[in-house]
Design a protein around this ligand. Structure first.
Ligand code: HEM
Length: 417
């Protein structure tokens, strides 16, 4: 393959843009920055203060290549030491960074295989009636309220946490106790965060781990027919401490990934409908558009904006050489707006024909919960819009920080009537 030669001025511009994207406070609209990165090159080297040279994949073809290429995998332990120093001593990261999303090759296949078919089976079994029941229950509670609410706290977070909790076998009361801790703990997935943000993450992690350890201990004493009970009794390899970390990491990964991104999808999606009343009216009038609306919400403002990979050997991505140990940021949200694969990509159109969506990733780490997340969006949005035809903004949303990888409103004030 021929190598692409990039001008130093282009590298400087890509670096400036990327540093703007990874600021501790997120940009309200990162999409013009993504567009410029795509215009510069499908993959670009950038020079980062803590990492030295890293690479940014912005075009759809390059991000797909990155996710499917066998030479790339999750951040290596050495890279995690640089980006998240002290992770080995922290209760949450010491478990989570060893779980499936951070594994590669045969270890990853084994960890994913342990839960994937049972998770899919249990999610399908709980299925649409359970998700509909929960949505109706929470919307009933909103109807009884005083007409103004923070939609993240009153709907998005409990809907997502109770849904995943019921699929895994986490009791409702515990799911609701864990829910508010998950948002700061989500910083655990962010590649770049300030020391203060990492401190918040550690504080939340210190509270989450004993709660999950208590649940595992309870299920060992008194097993039930659920996934948490099976994981509690699974013979994970290693000494007792390592085995307990693996069990905790698996449950923490499933619960946190399963609650966090759907919470964000509900927040980002509601905000999109508030900003596009014509599209809200269209979904109210044609609820059969719910599946394509869910895809469009995910495409237009993806809850997971980027993924991070390490090169495990010297390789070439979209014509750009990446050396072994090189770190590459794959901009999913940019790929979803690449005009090479989507026409009029900046238009929000819930009736759009299917597009090759990258919001759930691709390749070996493709999201385990994609069918559940799609179902949640298909069920919730038509009901929310129909129940509250006068739904409107009651103040500016506050976005989560850093929010470089995991984009979401932290609070979303709305008037319901
Ligand atoms: C809107 C909702 C969701 C979005 C946008 C989303 C997005 C993603 C993305 C982009 C990845 C790939 C990360 C990578 O390649 O590095 C991923 C992986 C994963 N997701 Fe989701 N996700 C969502 C919901 C869920 C739900 C409901 C679950 C339920 C448990 C879940 C569990 C997981 C797990 C376990 C992985 C790691 C898979 C692996 O490493 O093999 N996600 N998700």
């Amino acid at each position: 393959m021929t190598s692409l030669t990039l001008e130093p001025s282009s590298v400087r511009e890509a670096t400036r843009i990327f540093l703007r994207l990874v600021r501790p406070r997120p940009l309200a609209d990162p999409y013009p920055q993504y567009r410029r990165l795509r215009e510069l090159a499908p993959v670009h080297p950038v020079r980062l203060p803590d990492l030295g040279t890293a690479w940014v994949a912005a075009a759809h073809s390059a991000v797909t290549g990155l996710l499917r290429h066998r030479a790339f995998g999750p951040l290596s332990r050495d890279r995690l030491d640089e980006l998240s120093p002290g992770w080995r001593r922290q209760p949450l990261t010491s478990c989570l960074y060893q779980a499936m999303a951070f594994q590669h090759g045969p270890d990853h296949r084994a960890s994913r295989g342990l839960v994937s078919s049972e998770f899919a089976g249990r999610a399908a079994l709980a299925g649409r009636p359970a998700v509909v029941g929960l949505a109706e229950e929470l919307l009933d509670a909103l109807e009884r309220g005083d007409g103004e609410t923070d939609l993240m706290a009153s709907l998005a977070l409990p809907f997502a946490a109770l849904s995943i909790g019921r699929v895994l076998g986490v009791p409702d009361s515990l799911a609701l106790e864990l829910a508010p801790l998950l948002r700061p703990a989500g910083i655990v997935f962010e590649p770049l965060a300030t020391a203060a943000q990492r401190a918040l993450q550690h504080e939340a992690g210190d509270r989450i781990v004993p709660l999950l350890a208590g649940l595992l201990a309870a299920r060992r004493r008194d097993p039930r027919d659920d996934l948490v009970s099976r994981l509690a009794r699974h013979p994970f390899p290693g000494d007792p401490l390592e085995a307990e970390r693996a069990a905790l990491g698996t449950v923490a990964m499933l619960f946190s990934a399963g609650a966090d991104s759907p919470t964000s999808l509900i927040g980002l999606g509601t905000r999109l409908f508030l900003e596009h009343p014509d599209q809200a009216a269209l979904l109210r009038a044609s609820p059969s558009l719910a599946p394509s609306a869910a895809e469009e919400l995910l495409r237009h403002d993806s809850p997971v904006q980027l993924v991070v990979r390490t090169a495990y050997e010297d390789t070439v991505l979209a014509g750009v050489p990446v050396p072994r140990d090189g770190v590459v940021f794959g901009l999913l949200a940019s790929a979803n707006r690449d005009p090479e694969v989507v026409s009029s990509p900046d238009r929000f159109d819930i009736a759009r024909p299917p597009v090759p969506l990258l919001s759930f990733g691709a390749g070996p780490h493709y999201c385990l919960g994609a069918p559940l997340a799609r179902l949640q969006a298909e069920v919730l949005f038509p009901r929310l819009l129909r129940r509250f035809p006068a739904l409107r903004s009651a103040g500016a949303p506050v976005y989560r920080s850093p929010g470089t990888m995991l984009r979401s409103p932290e609070s979303l004030p709305v008037a319901l009537r």
